[in-house]
Ligand binder design. Structure first.
Ligand code: SAM
Length: 375
């Protein structure tokens, strides 16, 4: 049997459902993110397919960095791109180590924040509906004190810890339910939850935990604006799950985290591929807009991926105005247009507990793993 057939057979023998696995264990539990990979998906792809010598692993929609962490733990340098600044913050923190005095620095920030009587310095729409005034003050002074920390990796870790507790200290019912409810949260809780989040980060990312200190490049831009020269390493493997029409809304999920950390969620919404907002307003986007967006992504990938490198997509189906679309077929057709060879197309069952704002989308139970190769 030749090597290509051997690889195909191996891919089809794997049980890609990974029943019972979780996307929120260990290091992947440090911050919530919608539609995360379960780590077994990138891990198993990296075990099954060869990564050409001297190349890096790219995730052009890196989200919370699952592919990057898995690739890094196997010794590969990585490149991640995401439009969402919270995604990039999570990915940066997860792929770096924190200093051994990280928790002490967090305690110092809390000490300074408690003495800081400055007024709330952020203009956030509808803020009083979602946050009690004393909670707003605690978050505001913590952000100010964190942003004074000079060491970038430490500052990112502190910002991420704060981001991870924002929904908990708000009036928002849960990460996936936008209803304001009465919660028994005090200003003191903001500081204590923040400290616990920092301790957890330090436990997973403290110094000496990584054997391989490998380089990671995280690009916070729309993939449609990324040029080949932005990607600083030759790419031998792409593992990604792209956003697709009318499924998740990453900007909405992180809306208040972005406001508090000084980003504008409306800018993110405008460029977010697939966001439901673009499919329901007047003059809404159609599946053809998605085809064009993925066509542009393929164009970029074929330029940065080395010969014989693999490009792996995990993608679900879409329902737009009641009509079903098979996004994996769209990607397959575009792959052929870009002269990529189709190595395998495998359906997998999605775990039942995956939650989404979009209830009709939550009924979709399958997604497809599409493995392509540049010849
Ligand atoms: C399915 S999620 C990726 C999740 C990731 N695999 C993980 O494990 O966390 C898709 C990602 O695409 C990002 N995205 C949407 N539009 C984008 C664009 N125009 N450019 C780059 N990233 C975009 C979203 O912010 C989201 O993080």
């Amino acid at each position: 049997m030749n090597i290509a057939n051997d690889i195909k057979e191996k891919l089809h023998e794997i049980d890609w459902d990974f029943t019972g696995s979780s996307a929120t264990k260990g290091i992947h539990s440090i911050h919530p993110y919608p539609a995360k990979f379960i780590p077994e998906i990138p891990r198993t792809i990296l075990d099954a397919l060869p990564v050409p010598e001297g190349t890096a692993v790219l995730d052009p929609f890196c989200g919370s960095g699952t592919t990057l962490v898995e690739a890094q733990s196997k010794g590969y340098p990585t490149v991640g791109v995401d439009l969402n600044p919270i995604a990039c913050l999570i990915s940066k923190v997860k792929t770096n180590t924190l200093p051994s005095d990280f928790v002490n620095i967090a305690e110092e920030c809390i000490g300074r924040a408690k003495k800081n009587n400055n007024e709330i310095n952020k203009e956030i729409p509808n803020v009083n509906h979602w946050f009690k005034v004393d909670i707003q003050h605690a978050i505001s002074v913590l952000v100010s004190e964190i942003d004074k920390v000079e060491h970038e990796t430490t500052r990112n870790g502190l910002r991420l810890a704060l981001s991870s507790i924002i929904v908990r200290v708000s009036n928002q019912e849960s990460d996936t339910r936008y209803a304001a409810i009465e919660k028994n949260v005090t200003k003191e809780n903001v500081f204590s939850y923040f400290l616990v989040a920092c301790q957890k980060l330090s436990q997973y990312l403290g110094e000496n935990l990584f054997e391989n200190k490998l380089s990671t490049q995280i690009i916070n831009k729309s993939i449609l604006e990324v040029t080949p020269s932005d990607i600083k390493k030759p790419i031998g493997m792409v593992i990604t799950s792209p956003p697709y029409p009318n499924a998740y809304e990453y900007w909405l999920y992180h809306k208040y985290r972005m406001w508090w950390l000084g980003y504008d969620p409306n800018e993110v919404k405008t460029s977010e591929i697939g966001a439901r907002a673009h499919y329901f307003k007047k003059n809404h986007q159609t599946i053809d807009d998605f085809k064009l967006q993925i066509d542009n992504v393929m164009e970029l990938l074929t330029k940065v991926v080395v010969s014989s490198g693999y490009i792996c997509f995990v993608v679900g189906r879409s329902i737009i105005h009641g009509q079903h679309y098979d996004n994996s077929k769209i990607i397959e057709d575009l792959a052929l247009k870009h002269n990529l060879s189709v190595v395998a197309i495998i359906d997998r069952n999605i775990a039942k507990h995956r939650k989404s704002f979009n209830l009709s989308h939550a009924k979709i139970k399958k997604e497809t793993l599409l493995i392509l190769q540049k010849m």
